[in-house]
Design a protein around this ligand. Structure first.
Ligand code: KMH
Ligand code: ZN
Length: 274
């Protein structure tokens, strides 16, 4: 039987303004409703970026805790907090994200150009964040924006050993201007370069690469991340109505590939959280 399909939803991100996209969940109430809808649609994990009362990205500790609690109150989704934040967030604040006690945290494996900006992830920061996650029993999801990040992951695991739960889950984030392209050949190269010890991988394609990356991932037995952090149109020129709509489409693609959506409990096992 084919392996269950992990669908992670990334509903908000740090890049889109509420004014440009009113359906983007930017309050704890909207996130709670989104989490419930996405779990019902087939998601097992949620990747969270927090917004303040003016809908701006923030790493405020009180709000981080409030958003985590909101998701836990409305769903049983595995809670992953972004430690990437926005390109403007200081490294010290990004380390403190783990104080909000998520199940999982994103951990990007190197600095990358990010459109006109730079998404900063110097090696000492990566190493410190990783060891902090190990000591707290938080499952990292290694975000790989480029082939060099795949190599750096091997270096990190060789130096500091596996995560606390023993599982190594990675996510290829493809199609960011400045990172690897969202194409099947790029994903094939990334998967071929994964270091020993990686136990599961998913992929997401930003913007117009979303469908081709999803189909390439499914064709290789990978998992999926979808959501309005990564794409705002469901087809050319047609805005996404909700995050659940993107999760439902991922479920449908998985069904064609004879994969059934993974439950949050199965996701916990996948990440070594049980
Ligand atoms: N917002 C990007 C600068 C992550 O969540 O860890 C970084 C990002 C990756 O979205
Ligand atoms: Zn993110």
């Amino acid at each position: 039987m084919a392996e269950p399909l992990l669908i992670t939803v990334a509903p908000t991100g740090a890049e889109t303004a509420k004014a440009d996209c009113p359906q983007l969940p930017t309050t704890p109430e909207e996130l709670a409703a989104t989490a419930a809808d996405c779990e019902a649609a087939g998601a097992a994990m949620i990747h969270i970026h927090v917004r303040d009362a003016e809908h701006r990205p923030t790493l405020d500790q009180g709000l981080l805790r409030e958003w985590v609690a909101a998701v836990r109150s409305s769903s049983s989704l595995v809670v992953q907090l972004s430690t990437g934040g926005s390109v403007h967030d200081p490294l010290e604040e990004r380390l403190k994200v783990l104080d909000a006690a998520p199940d999982s945290c994103s951990l990007t494996m190197g600095t990358t150009n990010f459109g006109d900006d730079v998404f900063l992830n110097p090696w000492p920061f990566v190493a410190e964040l990783y060891q902090l996650a190990q000591s707290r029993g938080i499952a990292p999801e290694f975000e790989l924006f480029d082939l060099g990040h795949v190599h750096s992951l091997g270096r990190l695991l060789a130096k500091y050993g596996p995560p606390a739960g023993g599982k190594v889950h990675v996510d290829f984030v493809m199609g960011v201007p400045g990172g690897m392209p969202g194409t099947a050949p790029a994903l094939v190269a990334g998967v071929a370069a994964l270091p020993p010890g990686v136990t599961s991988w998913s992929a997401t394609g930003i913007g117009r690469s979303t469908l081709s990356v999803a189909m390439a991932s499914l064709s290789m037995g990978g998992h999926l991340r979808v959501g309005m952090e990564d794409v705002l149109t469901i087809s050319r020129g047609v805005p996404v109505e909700s995050n659940a709509q993107l999760v439902s489409r991922a479920v449908e693609l998985g069904r064609l590939a004879q994969r059934t959506p993974m439950t949050p409990a199965e996701c916990r096992t996948l990440l070594g959280l049980d």
